[in-house]
Design a protein around this ligand. Structure first.
Ligand code: ZN
Length: 427
């Protein structure tokens, strides 16, 4: 048997174990918010990885957003040293899952196996990827116990809410220092034949317009904040959206619609607070004195966040100069900078070569429309040699009846184990 056959055999013989591991992970309901069962899933991973010879650390991200005695932000970092000096390859997976939502026909925390698919919240995003990376590492270690360097696996909290209690915290503590870790693979569900180089940036802000309350029958005695917001939205439609649509990028973002700048308006609210559905009263007659929107502006590697901010501010200032009684407040909620790993980076080339070998076709290079934890590894950890690569279909993430295909997990585990071989077995 040659090396490749030995690894393939090690992985395919672990099929049942891979299924059971994925099911176990799905059955721990690590919902975020609020950040449930983080300790439980870390302890589960701790037992598993210690069994495979890893030295483990459980790390609580004290004081990060959402961390409390009731919902502590626990993370696990496991490291297994090789027989001699060499590079460290790190697999990072988030352990949290988003809310269940409606429309399910399966138990979202049942981990049901049906027709080669495992169902559950987080099956695809990204417990399937976590399970595949663990099995890939275990199979690689069994086939090549004398490898050089080190292998790390982390399970981290809060990716779905920004990663501050997870990867950002670990990066601040030095866990992604390039002196300690040289290659990072994040098994997010980007499809097994794609290497994801990075993601767009995001800027979130709240805009409030002001008015003056008055009786609704005499609006001329007040000033309607909702009409002022209408003027803001008209500016967006007439100027901002066409300007954003005209911008292009070298980032290979998928789907293609996200290859220009985009902006979602998350919410709008003005005037009298909304009443519960069972409220039967009639509205009072008032001119609203405040209207608020939350915007979600996604930007490209070619844009800079000061310009993104400045563009919105300039439109608001223009209204202030030209529109009678217009006044506003602009409050920034969050910023995430874009991240893009160079196509020539070692981890990109290594995983791409393995995809071609295992799947028999060239790897596709993509970038993500939304963000994931790569930003923290890049911006805080200063580690550029990082990609997302994992099984699972991106479009299933956060949907009802989310699933991961067992064959896809096996294939991507082959790619991951092969990539370990290329990095840790070279002399
Ligand atoms: Zn994810």
């Amino acid at each position: 048997m040659d090396d490749q056959q030995l690894l393939t055999e090690q992985i395919t013989s672990r099929r049942d174990d891979l299924i059971a591991l994925t099911q176990d992970l799905i059955r721990i309901p690590t919902l975020n918010p609020p950040g449930d069962c983080y300790r439980e899933i870390c302890e589960y991973l701790d037992r598993r990885l210690q069994g495979a010879g890893f030295v483990t650390e459980l790390i609580r991200a004290h004081g990060t957003p959402g961390d409390s005695e009731k919902y502590p932000r626990w993370n696990i970092v496991a490291r297994r040293e090789g027989a001699r000096h060499g590079d460290c390859v790190h697999f990072n997976s988030h352990t949290d899952v988003v809310e269940v939502g409606s429309g399910w026909t399966k138990d979202p925390f049942g981990g049901e196996l049906n027709d080669g698919k495992i169902y559950g919240r987080g099956a695809c995003d990204m417990k399937g990827g976590l399970a595949a990376s663990i099995v890939a590492c275990e199979a690689f270690i069994a086939a090549h116990p004398d490898y050089a360097g080190a292998i790390e696996i982390s399970g981290t909290a809060d990716e779905e809410s920004g990663g501050y209690g997870g990867v950002a915290y670990l990066a601040e503590q030095g866990y992604f220092d390039p002196k300690r870790v040289q290659h990072v693979i994040i098994p997010e569900p980007l499809n097994k034949d794609r290497v994801c180089l990075g993601h767009r940036g995001g800027w979130w802000a709240e805009i409030e317009t002001f008015g003056e309350i008055a009786h609704g029958s005499m609006p001329f005695l007040g000033d309607c904040a909702v009409r002022h917001m209408g003027a803001v939205l008209t500016e967006f439609e007439d100027k901002l959206y066409p300007a954003m649509a005209a911008r292009t990028t070298d980032m290979p973002v998928v789907p293609e619609g996200a290859r220009s700048s985009t902006m979602n308006i998350n919410s709008i609210h003005g005037g009298q607070p909304e009443q519960p559905d069972d409220y039967t009263g009639l509205p009072a007659h008032c001119v609203p004195d405040s209207c608020r929107i939350v915007i979600d502006r996604r930007f490209l590697a070619e844009e800079n966040v000061d310009d993104v901010r400045g563009e919105v501010k300039a439109l608001l200032e223009g209204l202030k100069a030209n529109r009678d009684r217009f006044d506003y407040d602009l409050r920034e909620i969050n910023v995430v900078l874009p991240s893009m790993t160079d196509r020539e980076a070692p981890v990109v080339q290594t995983v791409a070569a393995e995809i071609e070998k295992v799947l028999g076709k060239p790897a596709e290079f993509v970038a993500s429309p939304g963000t994931y934890d790569q930003k923290h590894i890049d911006r805080i950890g200063k580690l550029k040699n990082c990609i997302a690569y994992g099984p699972g279909i991106l479009e299933l993430a956060h949907k009802p009846d989310e699933y991961v295909g067992v064959d896809d997990m096996i294939d991507s585990a082959q790619v991951m184990a092969g990539a370990l071989g290329r990095i840790l077995l070279s002399e």
